[in-house]
Design a protein around this ligand. Structure first.
Ligand code: HEC
Length: 385
C-alpha cells in the first residue's frame, strides 16, 4: 500500500513539475525511493552479510523464504519506479539502475529455486551496485541525504565487524566504517581469513582515495600494514605497489581540479597503452580518477566531456571491479555510444566494448561469440554511422 501511494505521489509530481523545479523534485523523489529501498533492505541484511548457513536455513523454513522473496520484490518495485525519476537517469547512475533491476530479478529466482549459495553471492554483489551509485555522490550532492533515516541498523544486528563495516560503507558512514573495517582487518590477519583481508584492504584504500581523497590517511594506512609480518605475500606485494604509486599524489588537491580534460590528459592518457596490463600498479590512479570523474559527472550531467568520462570510468571499472555477475564497464561504454553516437569518443568506446566482448568469449579454439552478443555488437556499431 505504501508503495502504491508512493508511485501515485511520484506520477502526480512528475505531471505537475515545471522545468525549474524538476531538479529538486527529482531529488525528493529519489530520496523517497531510497528510503523505501532501505526499509526493505534492512530486513534482508541478515542474508546479505552472512555466510551461507543463514540462507541455507531457509530450506527448512518456507515462511522465512517467502518473507525474503517479498522483501526482495519490494526492493525491486522501488527500483523499477526509479526509472521514471530524472535524477536516476544521469549518465553515471543509469547503468547501475538497469543492472540493479535485472540483478534483483535473478536473485529472486535463485531464492525461489532454493539455489541458496548462489542467492547469497548475488545478494553480496547487490551491495556493490548500491555502492556503485553512492560512491558517485559528492559531499555537495549528499548535503541532505543519508540523514537520520539510515541509523536503524546497529552493530548487534550484524554477525561481524566486517559485515557492519561494509554496511556502514554502503550508507556512506565512512568514519564509522573505517573503525569497524580496521577491527575486521585485525581479525582477518589473526585468523588468516583471506577474503575478508583483501576485501577490507580494498575498502579502506578506496575510502582514502576514491571516496574522499586524503593522501596522508592513505599513506598512513598503507604504511601501517605493509610491514605487518602476518600479511600473506600477495597482500604484501599489493600494499607495496599501492605505497609507491601513492607518492606522485602527495601534492594533489582534489578540490582544485579545474579542468577535467587536463586531469585526464595528465593522469589517465599515459595509461592508455597499458590497457591490457593486470596487477595493482595502477589501482591508486584508477581509484582516485574514478572518484574525481564520477563525482564530476554527477555534478555536471550535461558536460560535453561525458563520453570521455564514461570511457575512463569503464576502464577503471573493468580493472577494479570484482564481481562476476555483471560488468558495469560495458554499460558505461554502451551509454557512451548510445548517448553520444556522433562523437569521436563513441568510436573509442565501441572499440573497447568490442575488444572486451571478444576477449570474454575467446578460448583455446578461437573466439565464439553467442548470437545475442553479436547482435548487440552490430546494434552498437550501427549507432556510430
Ligand atoms: C541508481 C543509483 C542508486 C542505487 C543503485 C542505489 N542508490 Fe541509494 N541513493 C542514491 C542516491 C542518488 C541517493 C541520494 C538521494 C538524495 O540526494 O537525497 C541515495 C540515497 C540512499 C539512502 C539515504 C536516504 C535518506 O533518506 O537519507 C539510502 C539509505 C540508500 N540510498 C540505500 C540504498 C541501498 C540499500 C541500495 C542497494 C540495495 C541503494 N541505495 C542503491 C542512488 C542509488
Amino acid at each position: 500500500m505504501k508503495l502504491l501511494l508512493l508511485i501515485l505521489a511520484l506520477s502526480f509530481n512528475t505531471a505537475n513539475a515545471n522545468t525549474e523545479a524538476v531538479n529538486d523534485d527529482s531529488k525528493v523523489q529519489a530520496k523517497a525511493i531510497m528510503s523505501g529501498v532501505y526499509e526493505s533492505f534492512i530486513k534482508v541484511i541478515p542474508y546479505v552479510y552472512s555466510d551461507e548457513n543463514s540462507i541455507e536455513a531457509l530450506k527448512k523454513d518456507p515462511a522465512k523464504k517467502a518473507e525474503l522473496i517479498k522483501n526482495l520484490t519490494d526492493i525491486s518495485e522501488f527500483f523499477k519506479s526509479a526509472k521514471h525519476v530524472e535524477y536516476f537517469q544521469r549518465p553515471g547512475f543509469r547503468p547501475s539502475l538497469d543492472t540493479m533491476n535485472s540483478h534483483l530479478a535473478d536473485t529472486i529466482v535463485s531464492v525461489q529455486n532454493n539455489n541458496f549459495a548462489f542467492a547469497q553471492k548475488r545478494l553480496d554483489a547487490l551491495t556493490s551496485l548500491c555502492i556503485s551509485c553512492h560512491s558517485q555522490l559528492s559531499a555537495h550532492g549528499t548535503a541532505n541525504a543519508f540523514g537520520d533515516a539510515v541509523n536503524k541498523a546497529r552493530r548487534e544486528d550484524f554477525e561481524s565487524d566486517y559485515a557492519f563495516g561494509n554496511y556502514l560503507y554502503l550508507i556512506r558512514r565512512f568514519d564509522d566504517s573505517e573503525k569497524y573495517l580496521n577491527l575486521a582487518l585485525e581479525k582477518a590477519l589473526k585468523e588468516s581469513r583471506s577474503h575478508e583481508l583483501y576485501s577490507s584492504l580494498r575498502r579502506m584504500i578506496s575510502i582514502h582515495t576514491k571516496i574522499s581523497f586524503n593522501y596522508k590517511k592513505a599513506n598512513d594506512f598503507v604504511n601501517k600494514y605493509k610491514t605487518d609480518l602476518r600479511l600473506p605475500i600477495l597482500a604484501k606485494t599489493t600494499l607495496n605497489s599501492w605505497s609507491s604509486s601513492l607518492t606522485p599524489w602527495k601534492k594533489f588537491d582534489a578540490s582544485k581540479v579545474d579542468s577535467i580534460e587536463q586531469f585526464i590528459k595528465t593522469h589517465l592518457s599515459p595509461l592508455e597503452e597499458l590497457k591490457e596490463q593486470t596487477g595493482s600498479d595502477n589501482d591508486i590512479t584508477l581509484l582516485i580518477a574514478s572518484g574525481i570523474l564520477s563525482k564530476y559527472l554527477n555534478d555536471h550531467p550535461q558536460t560535453q566531456n561525458a563520453p570521455l568520462i564514461l570511457y575512463w570510468l569503464a576502464i577503471a571499472e573493468r580493472r577494479l571491479s570484482n564481481t562476476y555477475f555483471f560488468t558495469l564497464s560495458d554499460l558505461y561504454l554502451k551509454d557512451c555510444i548510445r548517448l553520444y553516437p556522433k562523437t569521436a569518443l563513441a568510436k573509442k568506446c565501441y572499440a573497447l566494448y568490442e575488444e572486451g566482448v571478444q576477449f570474454g568469449y575467446s578460448g583455446s579454439g578461437g573466439t565464439d561469440i553467442p548470437p545475442d552478443e553479436k547482435r548487440e555488437l552490430a546494434r552498437m556499431r550501427d549507432l556510430l554511422k
